[in-house]
Design a protein around this ligand. Sequence first.
Ligand SMILES: Nc1ncnc2c1ncn2[C@@H]1O[C@H](COP(=O)(O)OP(=O)(O)O)[C@@H](O)[C@H]1O
Ligand SMILES: [Mg+2]
Length: 359
Amino acid sequence: MDTVLRQPAEKRWSTELAALKMDSQSPRPTGWQMSPKAVVTYLMGGKAPDGTVISPKYIGDRRLIETAVATLATDRALLLLGVPGTAKSWVSEHLTAAITGDSTLLIQCTAGTDENQIRYGWNYAKLLADGPSRAALVPTPLFRAMETGRLCRLEELTRMGSDVQDTLITVLSEKLLPIPELNEAVYAERGFNVIATANNRDKGVNELSSALKRRFNVVVLPLPDDMKREVEIVVQRVGEMATGLDLPAPKNVPEEVARVVTIFRELRNGCTEDRKITLKTPTGSLSTAEAIAVMVGGLSQAAWFQDGALDAEALGANLVGAIVKDPVQDRLALSEYLETVLKNRRDYSAYYHSMTSLV
Ligand SMILES: Nc1ncnc2c1ncn2[C@@H]1O[C@H](COP(=O)(O)OP(=O)(O)O)[C@@H](O)[C@H]1O
Ligand SMILES: [Mg+2]
């Protein structure tokens, strides 16, 4: 049995990727392991030339993915922008897995990220013993991506300080990384590019210097605009995650997903689906990703404590936890929603009771 908790996309979907790679007819950019069309098929689902079924990874607008893939075939880098939970990291992982077969060249940007984590660091024992040399240099994922002509992922780009962000300018415009200590430079191999993600809930891209912004093509990943599509995303991902966690998925999953997603959408949009009642919106983002987490939490509770019966009891606590992020404001928003909306809906009465007892 596989004991690794989570395999990177290129391992988990290796059969699909292998099938798409086999097609040697279609032209591909240098350094890519498959054609841009095949990359889009891998993300959106379809069939490989040999008939292998490709499952959809991203559910949404195909053109967004086409723009993203096309960008990566140029000398511009790709910036995926959106509120939390709109599959930015997920898409970035799958794009790198499909294009270069390696999604692990990843830098998580934080307020504490410094230049050494972007460019290169030093092995101080070696540095002190022999002085600066290539052997004493510790390459970062960005460095290795340049050397090997692969893609580097920068997660939450706007979180790191703008002075550190600006070290990327030379890399993205001249495709080289100077190493002044050795009086040399790394020249990026063909195939190198960068996929960054940024969250427009926290700092926003306005914080990016205009010099850097100009080097990125921005693709905005939206929250799903219709209910049907959002339910589809949640049902599919919950199914996959339940299998991965060895949790049984009872028959009523789609029904409960529809209820959870309705609650999330109404609170997020600040009005009921029929647009008749205006609501207070909680502070959290209540994204699709959080709806997935609520369902998986509910399934786990159902499996371990309720003999597999997934009901409002198991989901209520997870729902309250996801909605109430601020103990005062969000609690108020939720109790108002419970009293003005859910109380009057017959098919939600179990949810009304289980959630009311918790807020
Ligand atoms: N449109 C979508 N299609 C497929 N999966 C989605 C979609 N939106 C959200 N998800 C799911 O949400 C989860 C979280 O997404 P993630 O990439 O971590 O969000 P972000 O990086 O935007 O905050 C992923 O597991 C992904 O499967
Ligand atoms: Mg992310």
